[in-house]
Design a protein around this ligand. Structure first.
Ligand code: AMP
Length: 535
């Protein structure tokens, strides 16, 4: 966790252009506190003690300077990262490879127990400039002479406190005895025990302490909730919450510009009114988005923390922490956008896995607040909520309006022998616009999962329409819209699958482009619908 930094860009940290390019592509908007402070020290060649939490962005804090220190034309292992678990080794390796995307010839290899050693030996033999591993397996490789540490320039002890808790102290000391004395050493730890200090004393040279622990912060009385969400389902859950709460004005926070763009596209594809706000946008577009949001014509504003910093919006119905913030103060700023002026505010957070629980706990600790667990609303609950809303509407009209003319119509139907319940039921169906009420709930496909759906039949192609069950459409509406716009006979249209927020239709492949173009800006059941081809 970090505080809001003074340095706003990676350019200011003096890192290589190729790495800057990769970081930009990943979508990081600004360095975290640990990155801002650690990167320049490590680039200078000094030792660092990083007193920081999990999730603070420390992989980039050491990974970027490590990449800058590597000489790609020298095949020897030059950087050694020791970490407590296989999960962390794999994750850090993945991150560092991403930062190295535009640097040529740098090999980063993870080695850990549990994976067949032969494969690791082969990988190491092909040359590994950066090796990231768990202590036991690293010792194994040293003893087999499959890993040589005599050219190491930098050692990183990641999550050092965890490694000591797991009893790796002797192993770490043994490994360090194989590394040249003239080297850089960076140590990261969430706690600073006597034992950690003893290690730094013995193995580091004039280390600089970088501390990013937060002071405690208090938050206003916003109701805070979290949801356990499978990875890849966050957008689905966001849509369900918006739907079930009938939210008309919300802010959604993401950690990267890329995520903002992706999410806006996904929400728009599901027919929701959403726009993004991030650092890469021109001032004119930002102004336009803000004007729409303030006027109420835009319902969902998706933003990065940096972009949201400058805007004066503090009366949103609820805030969604789509990504858990990397900075404690960001969390406080985010949720402070709701619950002002005596209004009830709500903040929702999505937790996708083990490590994120640690962040959740930390946020609660530092904000001295409780974030309550809630179950993701089911499709059945959404449907029940809609029935309740309809009931309330009916009761309100019964209480307030004069229904003389309508009662005459009903009386005529009763005279014809229909019961009042039948008449009411038909009217409800007409209002809901659906004849698919009893259809089984379809599986939820995220946009990137189309590829897992069965392929279109021979000679057929697939199009996606940004309208679905939540807009009460039925297959006949889709057939009517496609046939009406393009002139193709309804019988030539293939399978139609209606999901909650979108529909997939099979159409003759040779007509695909013509149909997509004929359906530009089409309205189906009164709703402007986007139609696009999918692979
Ligand atoms: P770490 O503490 O290195 O495990 O990082 C925690 C998470 O934050 C990872 O998902 C990183 O990709 C992400 N992250 C790291 N630095 C930044 C940054 N400057 N901006 C946005 N996300 C970041």
């Amino acid at each position: 966790m970090r505080r809001i930094t003074d340095i706003n860009s990676f350019e200011e940290l003096g890192i290589k252009y190729e790495i800057q390019k990769a970081v930009k592509e990943i979508g990081y908007e600004s360095p975290t506190a640990i990155q801002e402070k650690t990167i320049p020290i490590l680039i200078r060649g000094a030792d660092v003690i990083g007193h920081s939490q999990t999730g603070s962005g420390k992989t980039a804090a050491f990974g970027i300077p490590a990449l800058m220190a590597v000489n790609p034309s020298h095949r020897a292992t030059q950087i050694l990262v020791l970490c407590p678990t296989r999960e962390l080794a794999v994750q850090s390796c993945g991150e560092i490879r991403k930062f190295a995307k535009y640097m040529h010839g740098i090999r980063t290899i993870p080695v850990y127990g549990g994976q067949p050693i032969d494969r690791q030996i082969r990988e190491l033999k092909s040359g590994a400039h950066i090796v990231i591993g768990t202590p036991g397996r690293i010792i194994d490789h040293i003893e087999r002479h499959t890993l040589r540490l005599n050219h190491i320039k930098m050692v990183v002890l990641d999550e050092a406190d965890e490694m000591l808790n797991m009893g790796f102290r002797e192993d770490i000391e043994k490994i360090l005895s194989f590394v040249p004395e003239k080297r850089q050493t960076a140590l990261f730890s969430a706690t600073m025990s006597e034992e950690i200090l003893a290690i730094t004393h013995k193995y580091q040279t004039e280390p600089q302490l970088v501390k990013t622990k937060q002071k405690q912060l208090t938050v206003s009385s916003v109701e805070q909730y979290y949801y356990e969400v499978p990875r890849g389902k966050k957008t689905e859950v966001l849509c369900r919450l918006i739907e079930v709460n009938n939210t008309k004005r919300s802010m959604v926070f993401c950690n990267t510009k890329r995520q903002v763009d992706e999410l806006v596209a996904q929400l728009n594809a599901r027919g929701l009114s959403a726009e993004g706000l991030h650092g890469d946008m021109k001032q004119a577009s930002r102004n336009s988005v803000m004007a729409q949001f303030k006027s109420g014509s835009l319902e969902i504003l998706v933003a990065t923390d940096v972009a949201a910093r400058g805007i004066d919006v503090d009366d949103v119905e609820c805030v969604f922490n789509y990504d858990i913030p990397l900075d404690m103060e960001y969390y406080v700023h985010r949720i402070g956008r709701t619950g002002r002026a005596g209004k009830e505010g709500k903040a929702h957070m999505f937790v996708t896995g083990g490590r994120q629980y640690a962040l959740l706990k930390e946020i609660q600790k530092y904000t001295k607040s409780t974030i309550i667990h809630r179950a993701v609303p089911s499709l059945a609950e959404i449907s029940a909520k809609k029935s309740d809303d309809l009931k309330i509407k009916v009761l309100n009209i019964l209480k307030t309006d004069n229904l003389k003319a309508e009662l005459e119509v009903v009386d005529k139907l009763l005279i014809d022998g229909y019961t009042s319940s039948e008449v009411a039921a038909v009217l409800i169906r007409i209002i809901s616009g659906g004849d698919n009420e009893n259809e089984a709930l379809s599986p939820v496909y995220m946009p990137d999962e189309y590829s897992r759906m069965p392929k279109a039949g021979k000679g057929m192609a697939r199009i996606k329409l940004s309208i679905g069950k939540t807009s009460k459409i039925a297959a006949k509406h889709i057939v009517g819209a496609i046939a009406g716009a393009s002139g193709i006979p309804g019988g030539e249209i293939g399978k139609i699958e209606i999901f909650d927020y979108f529909t997939i239709a099979d159409i003759p492949a040779h007509m695909r482009d013509e149909i997509v173009s004929a359906m530009r800006n089409i309205k189906i059941n009164g709703k402007t619908t986007n139609v696009e081809p999918i692979k």
